[in-house]
Write a protein of this length. Structure first.
Length: 146
């Protein structure tokens, strides 16, 4: 058997579940009926974002809960074009995200920005000219044109 090539659930360890849930809901994201008191779940297009108390998540994974600074991970929300990047970036900041990198033309040919959610989790909001957003909202990668 080979390992399936997919990401099913991304779980973020958060300091305050209610605050983080409220933040993502203020973006217009709807909490799934699968959510419980201890975990909030958002059905995304093709995967799930879960929010779980940081200490409880660390305990579940049997690792220390402390840790600060760059975590070595970013998440990305890809947009159809640069105009959408600007609009989405502004919405995230208005909802309480901390702007990290203003929207700009990126060295790799796209248009990129970064925000941090209330727990410092980094989200890249970008347009990648080497991809498209499919009719189901999923990202479709294309090789660069030579």
């Amino acid at each position: 058997m080979s390992v399936p090539q997919r990401l099913s659930i991304l779980t973020l360890g958060v300091a305050d579940l209610a605050v983080s849930t409220s933040f993502y809901e203020s973006l217009g994201w709807r909490r799934s009926g699968s959510s419980m008191d201890a975990i909030t779940m958002f059905q995304l297009e093709g995967s799930v974002l879960a929010l779980y108390q940081r200490e409880a998540l660390a305990e579940d994974a049997q690792v220390p809960a402390e840790g600060t600074g760059f975590r070595g991970v970013t998440m990305a929300l890809n947009c159809a074009d640069a105009t959408e990047v600007d609009a989405v970036f502004a919405e995230w900041v208005a909802a309480g995200a901390m702007p990290q990198v203003e929207p700009h033309r990126a060295f790799w040919g796209g248009y990129s920005s970064y925000v941090a959610d209330p727990d410092g989790h980094l989200w890249e909001i970008a347009h990648n000219p080497y991809s498209e957003i499919g009719p189901d909202g999923r990202l479709i990668l294309r090789p660069p044109v030579a």
